[in-house]
Design a protein around this ligand. Structure first.
Ligand code: HEC
Ligand code: HEC
Ligand code: HEC
Ligand code: HEC
Ligand code: HEC
Ligand code: HEC
Ligand code: HEC
Length: 337
């Protein structure tokens, strides 16, 4: 009797141990900081014969994926929310759970100071290092195969595409990203003043500030940038990617991270809380949204950039059009009477 119990316990332990030893969640590492919307999940299944994996991100829906037979690796992508993301990964063989893991990662923001994270718990962990790539190159071609300025005839030829394709699934896409000229346009491996501390940690780092790369194609913009008297601080810093997502966007054909008003008030929080300094005759704050912009031929809504240039200006406060001392004259751009 006792022997039998021992035997069962022994079998149980070896089954449990064997299984958990075989299966390994390679990515995400856990405690990473992401700035992107997507994270790759990579499972080493060994010879477990796993048939499906169920994942859940935080309070989101559970998603079930069937693992094709004879797979020793299974890779997929999950979409992250802003802030803390708990990623639950459960691997099954039939109805039996073989493996369970939870990884906590953080999706930060380029603009929102509210999205702070504990630097004790979360930290940047780069992937593209020769040692970490090794295990993937069994199946994926890890080499950079693009030529500067030469678009792929078929973008699936890019070695980056197979793993990073979700990056170009947005509605509006930026030309260099659509053409998958990733490593030659921006991800050159070089760093800049704001990310020198990560120098050499990834093959595909981008220089931060990035402006010089943007200017290499946007020559007219460069002229304007150096030609006008005042620059908006984040623009002056050359950090174009704080406001623009260089890959694309679902909401803006200028690839803004948020709609203009929300973008501006993410940093200028007082303009949301207290309203704008420009007051109407009754002392109320001048509207900054929710009404038509009289200067827009397309009938767009009034917003911050109806009055301000987001980048540079020859006028104080980065106003559009010369104000000088004739304040009321300036107001006449919209108020004809
Ligand atoms: C045993 C082969 C194999 C290994 C090793 C492997 N992968 Fe994959 N990976 C695949 C296959 C095959 C696909 C295509 C999707 C599919 O059919 O499951 C894929 C797709 C992907 C995708 C795209 C997922 C999606 O959303 O469709 C990512 C990201 C990825 N792999 C990352 C990695 C990383 C990172 C490593 C190394 C840590 C790695 N893979 C190791 C076989 C492998
Ligand atoms: C085998 C899949 C795979 C391939 C191929 C691949 N990547 Fe990645 N890449 C990843 C994973 C996984 C991460 C980590 C982020 C994540 O979890 O989604 C990453 C991260 C990055 C990052 C962020 C910095 C870093 O090192 O973590 C950049 C930039 C990047 N990849 C660019 C590229 C470029 C450019 C190519 C093509 C030359 C490429 N990748 C090919 C899987 C891949
Ligand atoms: C490899 C060349 C190249 C680089 C580098 C580049 N762009 Fe572009 N960009 C283009 C092309 C081509 C277009 C589409 C044609 C156009 O509208 O100018 C475009 C369009 C845009 C647009 C939309 C313009 C409009 O009027 O609709 C924005 C915004 C933009 N890019 C911002 C950036 C930012 C920010 C950077 C740097 C992070 C950058 N670009 C880097 C080539 C480039
Ligand atoms: C403070 C946020 C912010 C920063 C930083 C920023 N932009 Fe913009 N950008 C905008 C907004 C807002 C628009 C206008 C969108 C619209 O008209 O709908 C815009 C429009 C553009 C356009 C389209 C043409 C135009 O001039 O309107 C280009 C090109 C562009 N930006 C490039 C850049 C480059 C290059 C940098 C870095 C030197 C940069 N931006 C930095 C907010 C920003
Ligand atoms: C990433 C943060 C950030 C975003 C987004 C941002 N700003 Fe700013 N802005 C600043 C900083 C920093 C300053 C300089 C310090 C200050 O005056 O608050 C500034 C200054 C200004 C000024 C005053 C310039 C002067 O000459 O005194 C105006 C006007 C302005 N921003 C308008 C805008 C508009 C319009 C938008 C949206 C298109 C915007 N900002 C988006 C950070 C931002
Ligand atoms: C880019 C266009 C634009 C500019 C420039 C502009 N306004 Fe306005 N203003 C509007 C719009 C749109 C409204 C709301 C529609 C309306 O009530 O006419 C508005 C409303 C007002 C109102 C309230 C009118 C009412 O009946 O409640 C006052 C007062 C006003 N603006 C004063 C000014 C002053 C002063 C300036 C110059 C510092 C100025 N505006 C510059 C577009 C503009
Ligand atoms: C109707 C035109 C108009 C609109 C719309 C507008 N501004 Fe202004 N803004 C001005 C003028 C004019 C000034 C100069 C201050 C003055 O003369 O009272 C100014 C000044 C500023 C300043 C510098 C002074 C300060 O209070 O910090 C900032 C920052 C600013 N605006 C941000 C914004 C943001 C963000 C939005 C959108 C939420 C916006 N503005 C919408 C006209 C406008």
């Amino acid at each position: 009797m006792r022997r039998a119990t021992f035997f069962i316990v022994f079998v149980l332990i070896s089954v449990l141990f064997g299984a958990s030893k075989e299966i390994e969640l390679i990515k995400p590492y856990g405690q990473d900081i992401y700035l992107t919307r997507f994270a790759a999940v990579v499972l080493n299944l060994g010879e477990s014969g796993a048939t499906k994996v169920v994942t859940k991100v935080g309070e989101g829906e559970s998603i079930e994926r069937t693992i094709p037979s004879d797979r020793d690796f299974f890779c997929f992508t999950v979409e992250l929310v802003e802030g803390v993301n708990k990623i639950y990964v459960n691997v099954y063989k039939g109805d039996r759970v073989l493996y369970k893991a939870v990884r906590t990662i953080y999706r930060g923001s380029m603009i929102d100071k509210k999205l702070k994270y504990s630097t004790k718990f979360f930290h940047k962990q780069f992937f593209h290092q020769t040692e970490k790539e090794k295990i993937c190159s069994k199946c994926h071609n890890m080499k950079m195969n693009e030529q500067k300025g030469v678009a792929f005839e078929n973008i699936t030829e890019s070695n980056c595409f197979g793993c990073h394709y979700p990056v170009t699934t947005d509605k509006y896409l930026h030309a260099p990203a659509t053409n998958w000229l990733c490593a030659t346009s921006c991800h050159t491996g070089k760093s800049g003043r704001f990310n020198n501390r990560y120098k050499g940690e990834s093959k595909y780092l981008y220089p931060d500030p990035i402006a010089a790369n943007c200017f290499s194609c946007h020559k007219k913009f460069k002229e304007k940038f150096y030609g006008e008297k005042y620059r908006h601080e984040p623009v002056d810093d050359g950090r174009c990617n704080r406001c623009h997502d260089p890959h694309g966007s679902d909401i803006s054909n200028k690839f803004l991270r948020k709609k203009v008003w929300y973008l501006c008030t993410t940093c200028h929080t007082d303009k949301k809380r207290k309203g704008h300094v420009v007051r109407t005759f009754s002392g109320k704050a001048h509207p900054t949204k929710g009404v038509k912009d009289p200067t827009s031929k397309e009938g767009k809504e009034l917003t911050c950039i109806s009055c301000h240039n987001p980048h540079v200006s020859n006028n104080g406060y980065m106003l559009r059009g010369y104000m000088g001392s004739g304040r009321m004259l300036w107001c006449k751009r919209c108020h004809k009477k």
